[in-house]
Design a binder for this molecule. Structure first.
Ligand code: ACM
Length: 538
């Protein structure tokens, strides 16, 4: 950031504060309730919270100001304003010239403090008359406004002044993520989910600071993304899904819209084309791809491991090249996931040959390869990433190769595992995963992966048993909130007894967002609300 720019920001802030100071001579400070910032149910838990026991009076006289220019800060301010409008029906202007109706400000400031460290770090200073959010990047500011959204009460206090007031507890929050990669995966192949459904999931995940959505775009039962050079993939391969309903697919324009919507929330979309196994839908569309010696047929069942590409044909690699090229061109993030799991009918030497070649194709199109943990048996290089779901041996092999690991052990992190034997949806081949089991483990200590090799945590949601957004939400919520905390918050700040109270307090948000979460009996839902014990008369 240039010095000029910083000077401009500080000038703007000083001006806004001066206007407010003048106005304050005329208007008495509203007596605010005593609060405890450290008791608000923030999710995920911030690194450090220091309460100062008063409140900022968020009301119709509040305005948002942000750093200007093409830094993205103004968009973050507008995003906050829009979300507060839908939460409490209050219009908060963003970067409008100060008028004498403004009494308090929320300032979203671009800082150049080295103390902030990572790009997603932020500091939130909440005083009686101002809220200052400092971040080095708009991404950090975006994470910070999620915290601020959670600090604004659902209901106003209408007894403090003539106007409605939403008291925001004062104090200081210093926060930054434990892991840079905090993800969920959605399987849109076994059952297809519309762009609107995916957007709703993205919006909910971003509220909890999850920054990666991995889309499982192809499997035996369906191919879900338009490839212009191979149109039958969607015409034929996209026509089915598990259970016999019509499938569906994203046009490239649809996919671009998902990528754009995610990017607006500082979330990376990772496309996965699963191969050389899990490829029946592709092979039905173009039978020359098939390598299992049988005539491929459309498939709507749920067995795995019967399909494979023919790994010894040059034309298969020309096909893979086109697919990776077209998808990479419309994917802004740095990753391409090649699947690589459960290729049970691919000979080991053919599997290795395939993964070695596909890694080079992914790199040719400027992406970093991710593969499920099996890919570590190939001769891949240290820049590729191993996605640990099943085999600790494979994860350790990947570490020996210098690779980074994404932690998604099925027994702990699979969102498609049922909560218990009474669950309406889900499978249990890995485990039953009740809400406490999902939370009470430590990705840092799962297996013997050195910390410097852990890129982060991802919670995959496979869709064999779910076919609409309500069912998706039943399996994902509330558990995905726990995975957000396991990846954002440091181990010292994670505690089941404390978490389950904060989780109970997510109910008003989830209800307002019309999320059909599983009301686990382990949680005393909606138990505590913000409580203000007494009026501060100073
Ligand atoms: C997987 O669950 N087959 C990655």
């Amino acid at each position: 950031m240039t010095k000029n720019f910083l000077t401009r920001c500080l000038f703007l802030l000083a001006l806004a504060m001066a206007v407010i100071a003048c106005q304050k001579e005329e208007k008495k400070r509203i007596p605010m309730p005593t609060t405890d910032l450290s008791k608000v149910s923030l999710m995920p838990k911030p690194l450090k919270t220091v309460p100062t026991h008063s409140a900022f009076a968020l009301d119709q006289f509040t305005a948002i100001y942000t750093a200007k220019g093409d830094t993205g800060f103004e968009q973050v301010g507008k995003f906050l304003s829009k979300k507060l409008k839908s939460k409490i029906d209050l219009e908060i202007p963003v970067n409008q010239a100060t008028s004498n109706t403004v009494e308090r400000i929320i300032y979203i400031n671009q800082s150049d403090s080295v103390k902030l460290g990572t790009p997603e770090a932020y500091q939130l200073y909440i005083n009686q008359d101002s809220i200052i959010l400092n971040a080095n990047t708009a991404e950090g500011a975006f994470r910070g406004i999620q915290t601020l959204r959670q600090l604004v009460p659902e209901t106003s206090n209408d007894t403090l002044a003539e106007q409605s007031i939403w008291p925001v507890p004062t104090g200081k929050i210093t926060d930054s993520p434990n892991f840079a990669y905090r993800g969920s995966m959605l399987d849109v192949a076994r059952h297809f989910f519309s762009v609107e459904d995916v957007k709703k999931y993205i919006d909910l995940l971003s509220y909890y600071k999850i920054n990666v959505l991995h889309l499982h775009l192809s499997d035996d039962q369906g191919w879900r993304i338009e490839i212009k050079s191979w149109p039958k993939l969607t015409e034929v391969g996209g026509s089915t899904e598990v259970g016999g309903e019509a499938g569906g697919f994203y046009t490239q324009e649809d996919y671009k819209e998902i990528v754009r919507y995610a990017a607006e929330r500082y979330m990376t979309i990772i496309p996965e084309i699963d191969m050389p196994g899990h490829t029946n839908a592709a092979s039905v569309s173009y039978p020359f791809l098939n390598g299992n010696g049988k005539m491929p047929k459309l498939y709507e069942g749920t067995h795995v491991g019967f399909s494979t590409f023919d790994t010894r044909k040059d034309t298969v690699y020309a096909f893979v090249d086109d697919v990776v090229r077209e998808i990479s061109a419309i994917t802004s993030g740095p990753y391409f996931h090649i699947g690589g799991d459960e290729s049970h009918v691919t000979k080991k030497k053919d599997y290795i040959y395939f993964v070695n070649k596909v890694e080079k194709i992914v790199q040719k199109y400027g992406k970093r390869m991710i593969g499920w943990d099996e890919v570590a048996i190939a001769d891949i290089d240290s820049t590729s990433i191993s996605h640990w779901w099943s085999s600790e041996k494979n994860a350790k092999k990947a570490v020996e190769k210098g690779m980074q690991i994404i932690i998604s052990p099925a027994k702990k992190a699979y969102l498609d595992m049922s909560y218990d034997s009474l669950s309406k949806h889900g499978l249990h081949w890995a485990a039953y995963i009740p809400v406490d089991t999902a939370y009470v483990w430590s990705p840092e200590e799962y297996g013997e992966i050195p910390l410097e090799h852990i890129l982060g945590v991802e919670a995959p949601l496979w869709s064999e048993t779910i076919s609409n957004i309500d069912e998706l939400e039943y399996l994902a919520f509330p558990r995905v909130i726990g995975y957000s905390e396991l990846s954002w918050s440091i181990p010292k700040n994670r505690d089941w007894e404390d978490y389950k109270i904060r989780l109970a307090d997510q109910a008003p948000f989830l209800d307002r967002m019309n999320v059909k979460y599983y009301p686990s009996p382990l949680i005393d839902w909606k138990k505590s609300k913000f409580s203000y014990e007494k009026i501060d008369k100073d």
